[in-house]
Ligand binder design. Structure first.
Ligand code: TXA
Ligand code: MG
Length: 324
């Protein structure tokens, strides 16, 4: 069920009182606090189990408010904000004085975005300030794309959950460092590199997964409980069946090129051929295979263009080495 006006008012009141509100965005659900309330922001870290050095994103209601939250708005940042907001793009800029260091993990830069979701925009408008929010999951695990995911994972630790239905985009925002002369992508996401390059008129650097530049990021992130193994698409079935024979409970991400192929495994997800549908479903698929009791997920990477870049980034990091 989607949030009503009275729910939005209630959520804005919770934020004003220093509480935490989980809310829908077009990418994933966020765990929000008043961005200017250091104590509320500290609770976000506590509830997520997230190291305090790992900065949050400040969500604002429109590009016209950007100047309130950052030291200055370089021309490139203005261009990107005007073109892609509201939308799945986060800009990293120099921190404005009203942003507490708690929200930026002690950094002199701040990440800002305008989410493209009617419930998020209504909340930001009713609240009137900025909402600092990471994805509403425990640190390192899979981001929630429905209100039920949030309730299942965070339960009573959140003061209020706004339900806006399933998220349309399904993977997090693209993070662009716009502090320097040449913008760079810190995390691929819902706005494609191709779309950014078309607007900027220049090629962008994108980090390789092995050399993560976003502060505080761990190689294993966006990870389900089950271990994730990545193989070439044509080897998915053989790899899955071998692991199943060896006693694993195997979940398979069956690539579209093998649609309908029989697989002897514990559970099978048919990967959608459309990248938009794959991105929308990705985190739900991972959660579903966990729920079915799989201990191993065999998947392959999509072609790394368009939304495929963000999907491949999340799959690589889900398959990355786990903290011991
Ligand atoms: O789509 C999204 O971005 C979602 C929704 C809720 O807006 N939010 C999200 O937040 O994914 P989170 O906290 O899970 O990821 C935010 C990322 C982190 O990897 C963090 O390191 C990076 O943004 N970040 C935040 N502030 C930064 C800064 N000042 N410099 C560089 N990276 C920053
Ligand atoms: Mg997250």
């Amino acid at each position: 069920m989607t949030a009503r006006t009275s729910d939005i008012e209630k959520a804005a009141g919770v934020l004003r009182a220093g509480g935490l509100v989980a809310f829908p965005t077009e990418t994933v659900y966020g765990l929000g606090a008043n961005a200017q309330d250091s104590a509320a922001v500290a609770r976000v870290f506590q509830v997520k189990g997230r190291p305090p050095s790992h900065p949050l994103i400040v969500h604002i209601g429109g590009v016209e408010h950007l100047g309130d939250w950052v030291e200055d708005v370089p021309a490139t940042a203005r261009l990107l904000g005007e073109r892609f907001w509201p939308g799945p793009l986060t800009l990293v800029l120099r921190r404005g004085r009203r942003v507490p260091l708690e929200a930026t993990g002690g950094l002199e830069t701040v990440a800002v975005r305008v989410p493209d979701h009617p419930v998020a925009l209504a909340l930001l408008s009713a609240f009137g300030g900025g909402v600092a929010a990471p994805s509403a999951n425990r640190f390192g695990s899979v981001s929630p794309t429905t209100a039920d995911h949030v309730r299942a994972e965070l339960g009573d630790a959140v003061d209020y959950v706004l339900d806006g239905g399933p998220c349309e985009v399904g993977v997090e925002s693209t993070i662009v460092d716009a502090t320097g002369d040449v913008p760079s992508v810190l995390r691929p996401g819902g706005v494609t590199r191709e779309d950014l390059e078309a607007v900027l008129g220049c090629p962008l650097t994108v980090p390789s997964t092995s050399r993560v530049r976003v502060p505080g990021q761990h190689p294993s992130h966006y990870a389900p409980r089950a271990r994730v193994v990545l193989v070439e698409p044509e080897k998915v079935v053989a790899e899955a069946e071998l692991a199943q024979e060896l006693g694993h409970r195997v979940g398979v991400f069956l690539p579209p090129s093998l649609a309908g192929a029989p697989v002897k495994a514990h559970a099978v997800v048919a990967v959608p051929a459309s990248m938009a549908a794959y991105a929308r479903g990705l985190y739900g698929f991972l959660r579903e295979l966990d729920q079915q009791g799989c201990d191993l997920i065999v998947a392959s990477l999509p072609v790394e263009e368009g939304l495929g870049l963000a999907i491949a980034n999340r799959l690589r990091r889900a398959a990355g080495p786990r903290p011991s």
